[in-house]
Structures are given as structure tokens and as C-alpha cells.
Design a protein around this ligand. Structure first.
Ligand SMILES: Cc1cc2nc3c(=O)[nH]c(=O)nc-3n(C[C@H](O)[C@H](O)[C@H](O)COP(=O)(O)OP(=O)(O)OC[C@H]3O[C@@H](n4cnc5c(N)ncnc54)[C@H](O)[C@@H]3O)c2cc1C
Length: 468
């Protein structure tokens, strides 16, 4: 399920479901969930362990905050539906809008992709700014309360009815109970729900982990106000290294370097610059050498594995509990999917609230959300398994899909329509199966001689030298 196949948000569709819902975690997934719950519950309480300031600064509870974040089209469009005017809010808070088809210079499989033929908007900002804008919109709802400095301790569980009836929290030095008809776990990748289930007589869910041992490093450099150059060079085998430069607020570029399978970029300025010089495109290194670093540090984030928790396969699951966002699945960040998956999951929750009542709510949610996770998982794992060091369970057909994707990407060096098709799948607008449609497959598989491949390959190489 992707943006094109999930029904859009429909105001007024959800009638009263219950009195009170509690969301644990006030990050992207928790905020989006609270937004849709506010339609069906009299009040919604978000609890967040961090003390939040009224700005877009980094915070401890979201350690990936300083890392470069791309917002894909599925996320942008869904956030725009949930919070009309979201894009304008990003711009007025200092974010930038570029054309994803032509301004985003994307290098993969040995060349820059041709410009796409259809324009689409891409917003660029730091992750804290995205979150800040959404948080401001969520807290403007009269029936949503955000309690910061409030730490989740435990679920309140009735073992006779097998129902979660609320949460126990620590707020300052006080221990409190918050009763709720529905509890949403949006605590991110370190969610304790699997262990809690195991400790309370339920089966622990199966967890798929695909190990990639990725090192991620980001810093900010000064950017001339009118310069919006945007580059992304993907790691592709046998080259484990990649990098990106995204324009963000306050006249900065975020510069990211990453390496798969233990080839982690260094965090000292000299080592960082040398790593940038080793990328297959010179543009990122040139910008790092030309413009001064504005953050004191180079922030690193080790990311060991793609991770997916299979609650949908459990025979028994407590009523009154839902898990979403990174707590449900988290993906290799190179592909920029997490925020969009979180927004789409909130959209699924919206439709589930409109159509399902009582104990089946969680099961219906976990079932319906699988197709969204499948899409993101297929794309992430499909690319990651191209590295022979990647280990872990891979869905059937992944190897063949990876081969096809690699060929498609190479063809997209000189074919704008293939770039369109690829971009729409990578941005979770269309499902990966769209890439197998005859109109696309023909362009990918037809013999090179028939399409003047030799000449376009040469001109694509010339083009990549021109892109500066
Ligand atoms: C290095 C990196 C780069 C990424 N790049 C991208 C990208 O380019 N594009 C993209 O779309 N996504 C990206 N992501 C993913 C994205 O950051 C997440 O998918 C997104 O933030 C949604 O996460 P979440 O809200 O589920 O969890 P998180 O953002 O992890 O938030 C969890 C929240 O729960 C709170 N919390 C945790 N425990 C408790 C507790 N006990 N009590 C109360 N509160 C608690 C935390 O303080 C935090 O606010 C990246 C991730 C990483 C790691």
C-alpha cells in the first residue's frame, strides 16, 4: 500500500470511538497518530519523556535528529492532508521547496539519473524543524494535550479481560496512572512492547533484522542564500560509501556521509573531508572544502539493521494497544522512508478508527499496515541485499527484484520517464509492482541497440561531468 492505494484522509469520517486515548512518544509517529485519534476520542494525551522547548532544537529522545532527513512525496502529501498548509508552514519556518524531478541531482549505479519529466515538490528542512511544525499544529487541537518531561513506565493491564487500560508514568518525581481506552506505543526503535508481552504471558513477536552495519555522519556547512544545490550519491556495490547534501533553513547545507558494512565515515573534520573526496562524485567534497562548517561537531549515528516487528502474526495480543512508527519497523535511513511510513500508518489508523470497533481494532490495524511496511521493506532490503555482506531474512524474489532495479536505475541515467517511475516508487507514491508494468519493463529490458543506448550512455556521462 502506498499513497496511490491508501484512501486519503477524510474529515468527518471518524465518529466517536472512545473517551480518552494516550500516545507514548511525541515524535513524528506519535504526533501523526494523535492527530487522527483526536477525531475519534474526546481527549488525546501525548506523553513525551523529553522536556521540549518551543523551537526546533535537537533533543535527547530523538538521537537521529541531527542526521539528514528527506521527506518523500507520500509523507509530504499525507502531512498536507492531515495538517492543511503544512508545506507553507515549512517554508515560513525557513525550510526550502525544490523540484524533485530536476533540482534533486541523484547519482546511482555509476551515473546521475536523467531529469524527470514530471515536476513534484520536495521540502527540505532539518528533522527538528519538520517535527516542530507538526508539533505546533498538533498542539493547536483543543482536545490534544502534550505532557512533556513525562516518562512511560508500564502499561496498566487487566489480566482477566486481557486489556490495556492505561499507562503508568513518571512526571517529575511523581508516579501517576493515566487511564485510556486506547494506548499507542510510538516510542521508536527501542520500544519495550515486545519484552512486555513476553513478561506478561503473551508470545513475543517475531522480529526480522537485516544487518547492514551502516555508519551515518552529518554536519552543517554555510550556504549562500540563493544556492539550493541538492546532491545524493547512493552507495552501490561494490562501493560501500555514499553521501548527500541537502539545503536547509538558516542558510545551511546538511552534509551527510555514510558507509555500509562497517565502512563508517570518521567524525574528525580531516577524515570527514577525505571520506567525501572518496565518493564517486566530486560535488559533495567540493562544497565541504569551499564552505565553512557551522556546527561544532560532526554527528554520527550507527545504524546496525533494518528491523521489523511482526505483531500481525501473534495469536493473542492485548486489547487497547497499538504500536506504530519506528517501534513497528525501521528501515535503512539512506532511503528516507521512516517519516513517510509513520504518516501513512497514521492514515491507516484513521480508516481503521472509522470502520472497526472494539477488540479487533489492533488486529485490523496491524493487518492493514503490513502493505505499507512491505513496500518500504521491499525497497530497502532489495537495495541492501545487493551487498554480499548483508545478512538476515529476505523476502522471496528480492534478488530478482534487486537485479531489475539495478538495471532500471542504469537505464534511468538517460531516460527521464524511468526516473519518474523510480522516483514515484522510492517516494512511496506507487508500489514497487508499478515498475513491472509493461510500459516500464519494456524500457528497462529492451535491447540497448534498439534505443540508441550507446549514444545516450555517452551523453549521460557527459551530463554527469557537467552537473556541478
Ligand atoms: C540516522 C537516521 C536517519 C533517518 N533519515 C530519515 C530520512 O531521511 N527520511 C525519513 O523519512 N526518515 C528518516 N529516518 C527515520 C525517522 O527519523 C523516523 O522514522 C521518524 O522519526 C519516526 O520515528 P518515531 O516517531 O516512530 O520514533 P522516534 O523519532 O524515535 O521517537 C520516539 C519518541 O518517543 C519518545 N519516548 C521514548 N521512550 C519514551 C518513554 N519511555 N516515555 C515517553 N516518551 C518516550 C522519545 O523521546 C521520542 O520523542 C531516519 C532515522 C535515522 C536513525
Amino acid at each position: 500500500m502506498t499513497l496511490s492505494t491508501v484512501r486519503r484522509y477524510q474529515s468527518g469520517r471518524v465518529q466517536q470511538v472512545g473517551e480518552h486515548a494516550a500516545v507514548i512518544g511525541g515524535s513524528l509517529a506519535g504526533l501523526c497518530a494523535a492527530r487522527v485519534l483526536a477525531d475519534g476520542y474526546d481527549t488525546v494525551t501525548i506523553i513525551e519523556k523529553d522536556s521540549l522547548s518551543d523551537d526546533s532544537s535537537f533533543r535527547r529522545g530523538v538521537p537521529q535528529g541531527p542526521q539528514i532527513h528527506a521527506l518523500q512525496e507520500a509523507g509530504r502529501a499525507t502531512l498536507e492532508d492531515l495538517f492543511p498548509g503544512f508545506g507553507e508552514d515549512i517554508i515560513s519556518a525557513g525550510g526550502l521547496l525544490i523540484d524533485g524531478a530536476s533540482d534533486f541531482k541523484f547519482y546511482d549505479e555509476g551515473g546521475f539519473l536523467a531529469d524527470g519529466t514530471k515536476r513534484f515538490p520536495m521540502y527540505f528542512a532539518t528533522r527538528p524543524l519538520f517535527e516542530h511544525v507538526i508539533r505546533r499544529r498538533v498542539t493547536s487541537f483543543e482536545n490534544i494535550e502534550l505532557r512533556t518531561g513525562c516518562q512511560f513506565r508500564d502499561y496498566l493491564f487487566d489480566s482477566e479481560t486481557m486489556t490495556i487500560e492505561g499507562i503508568a508514568v513518571r512526571e517529575g518525581s511523581d508516579q501517576k496512572h493515566i487511564a485510556a481506552d486506547l494506548v499507542v506505543d510510538a516510542t521508536g526503535r527501542t520500544s519495550r512492547t515486545p519484552t512486555w508481552l513476553d513478561d506478561h504471558g503473551f508470545d513475543a513477536p517475531d522480529i526480522d533484522e537485516v544487518q547492514i552495519d551502516l555508519g551515518y555522519c552529518t554536519t552543517a556547512i554555510r550556504r549562500p542564500p540563493d544556492d539550493r544545490r541538492t546532491f545524493f550519491a547512493a552507495a552501490s556495490p561494490p562501493r560501500t560509501r555514499g553521501g548527500a547534501v541537502f539545503p536547509v533553513e538558516d542558510n545551511r547545507w546538511l552534509v551527510n556521509l555514510h558507509g555500509m558494512n562497517g565502512d563508517h565515515p570518521p567524525t574528525d573534520p580531516e577524515g570527514f573531508t577525505d571520506f567525501a573526496a572518496s565518493l564517486p562524485i566530486p560535488q559533495i567534497h567540493r562544497l565541504v572544502e569551499t564552505y565553512p562548517q557551522v556546527w561544532q561537531d560532526i554527528e554520527s549515528y550507527p545504524f546496525p539493521s533494518n528491523r521489523r516487528v511482526h505483531y500481525e502474526n501473534l495469536d493473542r495480543f492485548p486489547d487497547g494497544l497499538i504500536v506504530l512508527g519506528d517501534a513497528l519497523a525501521s528501515f535503512n535511513p539512506i532511503y528516507g522512508q521512516g517519516m513517510s511510513v509513520a504518516a501513512l500508518e497514521a492514515l491507516v489508523l484513521h480508516h481503521v478508527l472509522a470502520s472497526v470497533r472494539g477488540p479487533n481494532l489492533a488486529l485490523a490495524f496491524f493487518d492493514r499496515v503490513q502493505t505499507i511496511i512491505d513496500t518500504a521493506w521491499t525497497m530497502a532490503i532489495g537495495a541492501d541485499v545487493q551487498f554480499s555482506e548483508t545478512t538476515g531474512p529476505t523476502p522471496p524474489g528480492t534478488g530478482m527484484f534487486a537485479w531489475y532495479l539495478s538495471r532500471l536505475t542504469r537505464k534511468a541515467h538517460s531516460d527521464g520517464e524511468l526516473r519518474d517511475a523510480l522516483a514515484r516508487v522510492a517516494s512511496m507514491e506507487h508500489p514497487p509492482t508499478r515498475l513491472l508494468r509493461p510500459s516500464v519493463a519494456w524500457r528497462v529490458l529492451k535491447p540497448e541497440i534498439l534505443r540508441g543506448e550507446h549514444t545516450s550512455h555517452v551523453s549521460s556521462k557527459a551530463e554527469s561531468r557537467k552537473t556541478s
